[in-house]
Design a protein around this ligand. Sequence first.
Ligand SMILES: Cc1cc2nc3c(=O)[nH]c(=O)nc-3n(C[C@H](O)[C@H](O)[C@H](O)COP(=O)(O)OP(=O)(O)OC[C@H]3O[C@@H](n4cnc5c(N)ncnc54)[C@H](O)[C@@H]3O)c2cc1C
Length: 468
Amino acid sequence: MRIAIIGAGAAGCFCAAQLRKWRPEWAVTVFEAGPKPLAKVAITGGGRCNLTNDFQGIRSLAEAYPRGERVMKRALKAFSQEDTIAWFQARGVPCVLQADHCWFPRSQDAMDIVHALLNAMKGVDLRLKSPVVSVEGPEVCSASANNIADATSEQTSVPVKDLAETTAGKGPKVCSASAKNIADATAGKGPKVCSASAKNIADATAEHTSGPWHVNGEAFDAVVITTGGAARGLPFLEGLGLEMVPPVPSLFTFTVPDPGLRSLMGLVVEAVIGLQGTAFKAEGPLLITDWGLSGPAALKLSSYAARHLAESGYKGNLSINWLNANENEVRALLQKSALDNPQKLVSSTHLLQARLWSHLLDKAGLRKDIRWAELGSKGLNRLTATLTSDSYPLSGKSRFREEFVTAGGVALSNIDLNTLECKRHPGLFFAGEVLDIDAITGGFNLQAAWSTGYVVARAITATLSARV
Ligand SMILES: Cc1cc2nc3c(=O)[nH]c(=O)nc-3n(C[C@H](O)[C@H](O)[C@H](O)COP(=O)(O)OP(=O)(O)OC[C@H]3O[C@@H](n4cnc5c(N)ncnc54)[C@H](O)[C@@H]3O)c2cc1C
């Protein structure tokens, strides 16, 4: 059996390593456009590689995977975060769990992960500087009654009676289908599509699935696409008529043109940040930077609202709940402070870090020399509102130390969620970020690459073994 994997990233290499383990006698070829395999893995986690997460800090899978949660539920059952750690430890990479639920190699060196994968891939035909430019499917035979009518009006079609010959492998390649498929087929990119009666469809389908795929003109029994974030689309698959979800960036920080906020640069606050006018919000450490807002809470919000923010041109208003508490709780806290310290200056009773507290009193329009007893209900309400729904304009996005993933890619509607095989094109599989799956930071993205790579290797092993 010959398997082509397109892309030597985390998902492609993991899939190749599993195929080697289960079927060492099969020929696995990995095509990589770049000069090095696993180039991105080598720089993950700032060169330390946050290879997975213990999943204990999230309440639901959807919290970690804003897109692709349903696939990940199944994929994690097949290959979980515990399996990831066991896999790498068994290959000589001891791992450590940090307090923030992130797993790293004990050496804090991403190259250990790279070397473990490359060792496990020994025997794989890894072709570097080999960009794939064409993927062609085997002959596909299926059509509706309408297509049969279309077929008879097409030059390339033959009467239905001749299909018996075709399905027996003797007849001509019969090509006629929907207008779209004809365009694809004539563009030379798509699979060859023929029409048939309902009875013949079954025969024809049975026949076409045994035909080879062609990658850059070379024949393979199955093809795995693991080309990563599909920001530039998948030009070599255009003829296959796959539904794509337009790619947009995820995991970025926010540019906030507010000098008062920026003057607090360096502060980290446990807060809730949201996008006003939407239900998008995220909690966690929020870092104030010299350009605006960053830290886990900001990155999470960028992930949850990735598509909405792209559509709005990264403009809008951010709201911050600085105490991560609701209005009633905050009002009660302030009332207690007023009762306990009536003569104390509000500015000297720090409910938050001193610099931030002072900034928020300014925003609430409160004098620095005001005492708790003088606050009154108006002052109390203004301070409560500032602490729970402070607002800042958002003027753009910035990248998080070059670390970002792509939301979007191959639509999951194209894919059998159990095997990650393309529903329309048997023998064609997808794994990793090329799919419309992406996660917040914390090792969840690499876990998606390992788990989906594993699912594909398992599905190919099962399908092709049945043919041997
Ligand atoms: C700087 C940075 C740091 C990150 N840190 C972390 C982290 O610590 N933890 C975490 O979980 N996630 C992290 N991520 C995200 C994570 O790296 C990705 O989600 C993951 O690498 C995706 O794996 P993949 O195999 O799907 O794609 P990739 O790793 O992107 O691999 C795709 C490969 O396909 C190749 N390719 C593309 N087109 C073709 C073609 N036509 N022919 C041949 N080859 C092709 C590319 O050259 C590439 O090598 C980080 C991302 C970045 C950018």
